[in-house]
Design a protein around this ligand. Structure first.
Ligand code: CUA
Length: 325
């Protein structure tokens, strides 16, 4: 019975190491190095703990005269020599990783600028090889095996960019540019987070990272760089309401008169996995909710709550945005 409980406990514990946001289940080169360092430290710490506990038990069981003879060896050896050797070895192991992690990405790397904004992510792709440059928000699509060079900045306070499954964490500092190189090596959907407290909705500042095949990435690029389709009645009426209600003061929908830059670019918002920077699944009822419960869902958000809109208007806006794929 006890063995069974221990097995269940271990299974639950290990299950926590999996998932779309786990630094212990790496899907990228940087995250792999961080995980290797973590496991080396866990093994080392466990061995040292066993030695210390063993010595404590040994000390309790042995005689006083024996203590007087061994005390200097233990204090000098265990208290000074041993920690110096262990910490030096760990320092060398850690320092060895820095040049590799800091080295610039090779040519052919995709350049992506990400700016942290309270509480969402402005993403700009500059893929020279594909002659593509466009903006989107709160989502990254990366081809497996291709290096990506992130240029990170902030538009207000300090944020931190972290995709635990793919690489290390880097601060986004107002007035400065920081950089991060990543090479995703396993396809999948991962989750990125803001890892620096940045205000009341810090915990609602996520993004989705899709690592896909090169062919899928090319298809996605093609879709993203084209302006929004506007040849249906829904698109026409929806856009008219979007402009009339002032949404265009903050949001851009490429190919239309909506050219605001304060808020996220919505050109292909319907194709994204989530709404409101990872807060809600991208589904029509959630889109409606976001329009009328904005401040409740994300306290402190700059977007005003449009609860004065009629049900018909909320429905039209929602359906218009949903079809922007
Ligand atoms: Cu941005 Cu925390």
């Amino acid at each position: 019975m006890r063995t069974c409980r221990v097995t269940v406990f271990c299974a639950l514990l290990l299950n926590g190491c999996d998932g779309p946001q786990s630094a212990l289940n790496p899907a990228g080169d940087g995250a792999q190095q961080v995980a290797d360092l973590f496991y080396a430290m866990v093994v080392g710490a466990t061995l040292i703990w066993l030695i210390v506990v063993g010595l404590a038990v040994w000390a309790m069981l042995s005689e006083r005269a024996f203590h007087r003879r061994t005390v200097s060896i233990l204090v000098i050896g265990g208290g000074a020599v041993f920690p110096t050797l262990v910490l030096t070895a760990l320092l060398c192991y850690g320092l060895r990783m820095i040049p590799e992690l800091n080295s610039p990405a090779p040519s052919g790397a995709i350049a992506v600028d990400v700016a942290g904004v309270r509480w969402w992510w402005r993403v700009t792709y500059r893929d020279e090889a594909a002659a593509a440059e466009f903006e989107l928000a709160n989502e990254l699509v990366l081809p497996v095996g291709r290096p990506v060079n992130f240029k990170l900045s902030s538009e207000d306070v300090i944020h931190a960019f972290w995709i635990p499954s793919l690489g290390g964490k880097v601060d986004m500092i107002p007035g400065r540019e920081t950089h991060l190189k990543l090479i995703p090596n396993r396809e999948g959907i991962y989750r990125g987070v803001c890892a620096e407290y940045c205000g009341e909705s810090h915990a609602h500042m996520h993004f989705i990272v899709k690592v896909v095949s090169e062919a899928e990435y090319e298809q996605w690029l093609d879709r993203q760089r084209t302006p929004a389709a506007a040849d249906s009645e829904l698109a026409e009426n929806g856009l008219a309401l979007f402009l009339q209600r002032g949404c265009s003061a903050c949001h851009t929908i490429r190919g239309t008169e909506a050219e605001g830059t304060i808020g996220p670019d919505l050109t292909h918002v319907g194709s994204r996995e989530s709404l409101a920077a990872g807060l809600l699944p991208n589904e029509l009822p959630q889109l409606h909710r976001w329009l009328i419960e904005t401040e409740t869902l994300k306290p402190g958000v700059e977007m005003p709550q449009f609860d004065a809109l009629s049900t018909t208007e909320v429905d039209l806006l929602g359906r218009y945005l949903e079809q922007l794929k």
